[in-house]
Design a protein around this ligand. Structure first.
Ligand code: ATP
Length: 219
């Protein structure tokens, strides 16, 4: 889909995807449809220093995300963070994405409210909006009081109508979305205790987990 000037609209959603599950996929699909995205790229993270080590390899996480979106345009996978030798800062990923896009293409960085509140701790956070818009996913049941460090930014950059995001980068919009109550942690725990995760992950992902014996207690 082209937006007036011919610019494309591309969303990016980072995560460990350990493993990818229906919460990620359903949420991503809703955002993609809501914004008429040309692409929504799921970007599996290399092991971020602030998280526990994911319990399966980067190769397996990537393979599962590929299977999950194989038949689900405009969702797709972008493996650039796994192709680097070390964990990527978001700013680096944005810069590298920008090098491949047309100047007027819109880039929408999708983050949950909790992650957004931690923005001032991100590397070179003040530059993020030079490269993308930020789409904040807000749970209807969550508080919406932004931390002090973000208030000025929000006052200057937020738009009340997310559909009105204009230009290639620079604005912040909020989307209210009720997430499905599923997490990768829950899925790993179920598998470790020998329980089924059917219907929590796509069947192709489940088949991969079983074929490779992932997340079993003996791993
Ligand atoms: P873990 O349980 O291992 O912390 P997770 O299920 O939260 O993992 P991540 O890979 O950390 O998954 O999430 C990637 C992105 O997907 C994050 O931005 C997160 O907010 C979002 N996300 C996670 N779970 C859901 C869900 N159930 N519905 C919608 N979005 C989700």
């Amino acid at each position: 889909m082209r937006h007036g000037s011919g610019a494309r609209r591309i969303g990016i959603l980072g995560g460990t995807f350990d493993p990818v599950h229906i919460g990620h996929l359903r949420g991503a699909l809703e955002v993609a449809e809501m914004f008429g995205l040309d692409e929504l790229r799921l970007i599996p993270n290399a092991r971020p220093p602030h998280r526990e080590t994911p319990s399966c390899s980067a190769e397996d996480r990537l393979a599962m995300v590929r299977l999950a979106v194989a038949d689900l345009p405009p969702l797709c996978v972008d493996a650039r963070e796994l192709e680097r030798a070390k964990p990527s800062y978001t700013i680096e990923t944005l810069i590298s994405l920008r090098e491949e896009l047309a100047t007027d293409d819109q880039l929408l960085l999708i983050v949950g409210w909790d992650a957004f509140c931690g923005l001032p701790t991100w590397h070179r956070w003040e530059e993020l909006l030079d490269y993308c818009h930020i789409l904040v996913l807000q749970r209807p049941d969550a508080g919406s009081e932004a931390p002090q460090a973000l208030r000025d930014l929000l006052a200057a950059r937020s738009v009340s109508d997310p559909q009105a995001l204009a230009g290639a980068a620079g604005q912040i919009a909020f989307v209210w979305q009720t997430p499905l109550e599923v997490s990768a942690t829950q899925i790993r725990q179920l598998l470790a205790s020998g329980k089924s995760v059917r219907f929590l992950v796509p069947d192709a992902v489940l088949a991969y987990i079983n074929a490779h014996g992932l997340y079993r207690a003996s791993n």
